[in-house]
Write a protein that binds this ligand. Sequence first.
Ligand code: GZL
Ligand code: ZN
Length: 331
Amino acid sequence: MIARRLVAVLFLPFLFCGCAQEAGSMAGTTGKDPIVVGFSQVGAESEWRVANTESMKAALSEENGYELFFDDARNMQENQIRAMRNFIQQDVDYIVFSPRVETGWDSILQEAKEAEIPVIVIDRGIVAADDSLYRAYIGSDFREEGEKAVKWLEDILEKQERTGEDIRIVHIQGTLGSSAQISRTGALEQAIQRNANWRMIEQECGDFTRAKTYEVMGAILKRTKDIDVVYCENDGEALGAIDAMEEAGLKCNPEDGVIVVSFDATKKGLEYCFEGRIALNVECNPLQGPYVDEIIKKLSRGEQVERKKFVDETLFDFYTITKGMIEKRGY
Ligand code: GZL
Ligand code: ZN
């Protein structure tokens, strides 16, 4: 009995040094070593992001057979690269990351490749030197999201017989260089090209946050209040823009006020949609945890995985949303 206790004491440090391998083999009780995953998250800039983090932590849990190292990059790419380098030094089994912006990842991904650590990209996309630098991407088709938004806007303006008048649009962009921003912006800019009466009167970056957008929209409102549409690239921005507009005495409503377009369809965003303060909310699904769990388990069994998977997404608007839809929203 004493011998066993002595052995346990000798090995105790291994259990807590984060070297999952020793802990795993020491633990022994579960029979299988945990799959060690390093996850670099962009930050906590929006409700959407918080839901994305929670989905990942719930899926990559100890009960599911994982040991998770989580890093919040506080919205800075250099923090993500540093975290990923640490994961490589810790010799994790997999690296998962949501890239703040599309570019600048080739060298760190090359280091992961040389260390033979598979990388999975979630949420936003990257532009990589070659496809072998990551094993799979699971996220949203942001271009499709943008196309849904501008199509809805064209339809509503036609229904309101406003295809002849100037439509004055304020565009609040998300984090510049992120794939979500690039594609949601691209859809609007193309729609402005094809609708001669659409005018982009202001284009500013709200960085996907309520606070930044409140500030930016406040400055715009000092220049003009003759605004017909505000196109925000996520709910955080929409809430910030609406705070500023309502303070300035503007009504936000697709029938008799400013038409506010948003993305994410968080619970808060849908509540605003029910009231008409947000006219259209295009869903962006943050619940990628279960998909990542499935991809890693398949890779661990040496099975093939699809390289690119888009999560299912829909849209909500003031005219069709119901209380039931809002109650069902988990985030
Ligand atoms: C989109 C995601 C965006 C969300 C924002 O998949 O990257 O980042 O739309 C979040 O809420 O900040
Ligand atoms: Zn007008």
